[in-house]
Design a protein around this ligand. Structure first.
Ligand code: AMP
Ligand code: GLY
Length: 467
């Protein structure tokens, strides 16, 4: 099958690699040169992925039989609608259905209209004059965010990014002056997780749960980023996430897909729920309309035996063979190698030397993002996330240790979060939730949850996961 991948980052490299393992012939439409994608692609088009006419012309010229859209900006620009109008089956919702991601206001109001949740208390602001009275009346602590797309970097959290309501007001006003509407939200306390699902006309098919690390620096300090790394657990749960809570998150995805369909916006693609696991269970932080980056890399690494191109064609056509939705029962850890200063002031241009055979010998896969090839195993870092290193093992900390071993085979100046997936970090997360559930509880490490030793080697979609 000839499959067009739209987008040029490490997530798209992982999508392309999964398609390549299924024997698909790859076409890539990206604004940048990506050494990983270039190696896999039969045809690479340097074009603006948010330009519907350019993407359609490229798809037509190379007779694409299926298109997969990686990032959110082409969805918001109507690229999926244009591809469908040109009769290219497409994984990626219409612009109207993707509004669930490109307008946080639409998302919150949709859920309210359909009595879906839980979601945090929120208020929408559209005028500068509303800011002071609204913030004075809103319970603290709160969060301020623009309604529109900001690549995960627009949210400011009271207590972490600003202290007083008047500091928050300055930020809210600056957003309104730029023309966006603003949401104030109750600050949720807990552990975040991402639950993605393939959404078709006939049902939803959940993927393993993943935890992303949004903050730039170790110990969850520094500014919000697109995600510095992520892990998934062997049983597709997380150390702090019980089966019943994951099911509640999946129920919200199912209800939201149904609500979108009921409003005339059927969703064909990947629905990503970003949740906060709180003392009252999972609460929705946001929806995305695509694979997470890096979370998509975790789950795609676990998709090996099936025919990924057939699965995606089913998603695009609205009907999936449940037997194709199979993720291996293994833990994965992704860590992004980024330029020094990434988050606030990235310093691009550094050259790294990767000993790929040695990295792969550690059982680690390499996905390229914002980098250029310099030849001879050397790459030049851009200002975005550079290289996603992905380790796999039966336990999360073992997968993280593989990535750490692989890092020894990269020479040059870069930053990476070494704390992702360590035993200490995982225990701290379990402990964090335990303290929220039992206020005042004394700190004592809890055993991490692990998959039963006799678990089957993979989990096929069960019929009860279908709408
Ligand atoms: P979003 O773009 O809505 O995913 O927000 C980016 C990040 O900001 C989230 O992943 C959270 O870490 C944080 N965030 C957003 N909304 C809230 C909230 N209501 N309470 C606490 N943290 C939040
Ligand atoms: N890792 C968060 C996102 O993909 O939006």
């Amino acid at each position: 099958m000839r499959v067009l991948v739209v987008g040029g980052g490490a997530r798209e490299h992982a999508i392309a690699a999964a398609l390549d393992r299924s024997g698909a012939e790859l076409l890539v439409a990206a604004p940048n040169v990506n050494p990983g994608l270039d190696r896999l692609a039969r045809e690479s088009g340097r074009l603006d992925p948010t330009d519907p006419a350019a993407v359609v012309a490229f798809a037509r010229r190379h007779r694409a039989e299926l298109a997969v859209i990686g990032p959110e900006s082409p969805l918001a620009a109507g690229v999926s609608d244009a591809l469908r109008a040109a009769e290219v089956p497409t994984v990626g919702p219409s612009k109207a259905a993707a509004e669930i991601e490109w307008s946080k206001r639409f998302c919150r109001e949709l859920l309210d209209r359909h009595h879906l949740g839980p979601q945090p208390r929120f208020q929408v602001l559209t005028r500068v004059e509303e800011v002071e009275p609204a913030l004075a009346g809103f319970p603290q602590p709160f969060v301020i965010k623009p309604s529109g797309l900001t690549a995960g970097k627009g949210v400011r959290v009271q207590g972490a990014d600003f202290a007083t309501p008047s500091e928050g007001a300055v930020y809210a006003k600056s957003l309104l002056l730029q023309g966006d509407s603003v949401l104030i939200e109750e600050r949720l306390e807990g552990e975040e997780f991402s639950q993605m699902a393939f959404v078709t006309d006939s049902g939803i098919y959940p993927m393993p749960a993943v935890q992303d690390f949004k903050r730039a620096l170790e110990g969850d300090r520094g500014g919000n980023t697109g995600g510095m790394g992520s892990y998934s657990q062997r049983d597709h749960l997380l150390p702090f996430l019980r089966p019943a809570d994951r099911e509640r998150a999946i129920d919200l995805l199912r209800g939201t897909a149904a609500a979108l369909a009921a409003e005339g916006r059927p969703f064909r693609g990947i629905l990503y729920g970003g949740f906060m696991q709180t003392a009252r269970g999972p609460v929705l932080v946001e929806f995305n309309a695509r694979f997470g980056d890096p979370e998509g890399i975790n789950v795609l690494t676990l998709y090996e035996e099936g025919d990924f191109d057939e699965l995606l064609l089913g998603v695009a056509q609205g009907r999936v063979d449940p037997n194709l939705v199979e993720f291996r029962l293994r833990a994965t850890v992704v860590k992004y190698v980024v330029p020094p200063g990434y988050g606030d002031r990235p310093r691009p241009g550094g050259v790294l030397t990767l000993d790929l055979p040695r990295i792969e010998a550690e059982g680690v896969r390499v996905y390229f993002g914002s980098v250029e090839s310099e030849g001879g195993g050397r790459i030049r870092l851009g200002s975005g996330r550079g290289v996603a290193l992905t380790g796999e093992a039966s336990a999360i900390h073992e997968a993280a240790a593989r990535v750490e071993a692989a890092l020894h085979h990269i020479q040059g100046e870069f930053y990476v979060r070494h704390d992702i997936g360590t035993k200490e970090n995982l225990s701290a997360k379990v402990e964090h939730l335990r303290r929220l559930l039992v206020p005042g509880a004394k700190s004592s490490p809890l055993p991490l949850s692990v998959a039963p030793p006799d678990a089957p080697a993979s989990s096929a979609a069960r019929p009860d996961q279908v709408l």
